[in-house]
Design a protein around this ligand. Structure first.
Ligand SMILES: CC(=O)N[C@H]1[C@@H](O[C@@H]2[C@H](O)[C@H](O)[C@@H](O)[C@H](O)[C@H]2O)O[C@H](CO)[C@@H](O)[C@@H]1O
Ligand SMILES: [Zn+2]
Length: 303
């Protein structure tokens, strides 16, 4: 087996842009520190909206070339972060972006007419078997993927969580599919999140700036959406401010999906999110090794 770097991080995301939104600064930091950073993206984002008017024709209901275009956006974003190993689950286009709708509660949900080749309809074992060889090749100590709700309910995010979680278990079993490589157990698994304090502070800034549409109806001092984590349940914060510029430039590379305006970015529904230099995580497998601040400041802490 060729010599692998000492520290190896695998990230599994649903669409091109999720990796940068959730973990852009984290990825840039670990690349800069000499770790191996591998990104697996499960779809090409074919069903996304198009924020760039000149590219509107690429949309799924027109020339259906958005997926091919987003391959280029992802490559440009990875170049900004310094990530050289980024792959598509099963190869580019094997699993199609499912699309999403907003349900009565205003949450992302499964569209009624999903295509047979959508990621949501993929056989879980077959999709996991596309990830097991990658895990057994890279032998990561750390895996980052979504929580059980996919962070915000998008069907592809939920499916990515399921595939990554299942594949991590299968990859660790020596008796499972020797043809897919030598078994490897991932020591730590994290779910990206947003700490409650950070969310409330960001919302206050938005409201003070006169923004009442972003996270409409959510009071900075009121109940928070499910994806926001109480600070006591946040296990790791990667304060990667020095990599914020790289994260912003990588966000800008995903131009059909994200507009970056100063410290905030907006998705096509004008959800303004502060570009966090600090990226928070919940540890769901492995043992936390908190530092003096009470949380970890390194995903490889304790290894
Ligand atoms: C961040 C993320 O997961 N983006 C997905 C998401 O995009 C949203 C979708 O287009 C929705 O209709 C918009 O209102 C919202 O602003 C977008 O963020 O879903 C797309 C379709 O599955 C996906 O391509 C995109 O990467
Ligand atoms: Zn996504």
């Amino acid at each position: 087996m060729s010599e692998l770097p000492d520290r190896r991080l695998l990230l599994v995301h649903a669409h091109p842009d999720d990796e940068t939104i959730n973990n852009g600064a984290t990825m840039a930091r670990y690349v800069a520190e000499g770790a191996q950073v591998t990104l697996v993206t499960c779809t090409l984002g074919e069903e996304g909206e198009v924020l760039v008017p000149e590219l509107a024709h690429l949309a799924a209901d027109q020339t259906d070339e958005l997926g091919k275009h987003r391959i280029g956006e992802l490559a440009a974003a990875m170049a900004e972060l310094g990530v050289t190993d980024h792959r598509f689950l099963g190869g580019p286009g094997k699993y199609r972006d499912t699309g999403m709708i907003y349900n009565a509660e205003g949450n992302a949900d499964v569209p009624p007419d999903t295509r047979p080749d959508s990621f949501w309809k993929a056989d879980l074992l077959a999709a996991a078997n596309d990830l097991v060889p990658v895990i057994r090749e890279i032998r990561p100590q750390v895996l980052v993927t979504y929580d059980q709700w996919g962070n915000y309910g998008h069907p592809d995010h939920i499916q990515a969580h399921r595939v990554a979680t299942y594949a991590a278990a299968l990859a660790a079993a020596p008796a499972y599919r020797e043809d897919l490589g030598e078994a490897w157990e991932i020591t730590k698994i994290y779910w990206p999140t947003i700490a409650e304090t950070s969310m409330r502070e960001s919302l206050r800034k938005l409201r003070e700036a006169g923004d009442t549409t972003t996270f409409e109806g959510i009071d900075p001092d009121g109940p928070m959406p499910p994806m926001i984590t109480p600070d006591r349940l946040v296990d790791c914060v990667i304060s990667a401010g020095e990599y914020l510029d790289r994260k912003m430039n990588a966000m800008k590379a995903h131009a059909t999906q994200i507009t970056v305006d100063g410290p905030f970015f907006a998705l096509s529904n004008n959800t303004g999110n502060e570009i966090f230099g600090d990226e928070a995580y919940r540890l769901v497998k492995g043992t936390a090794a908190p530092g003096p601040s009470g949380v970890e400041t390194d995903l490889f802490a304790g290894l």
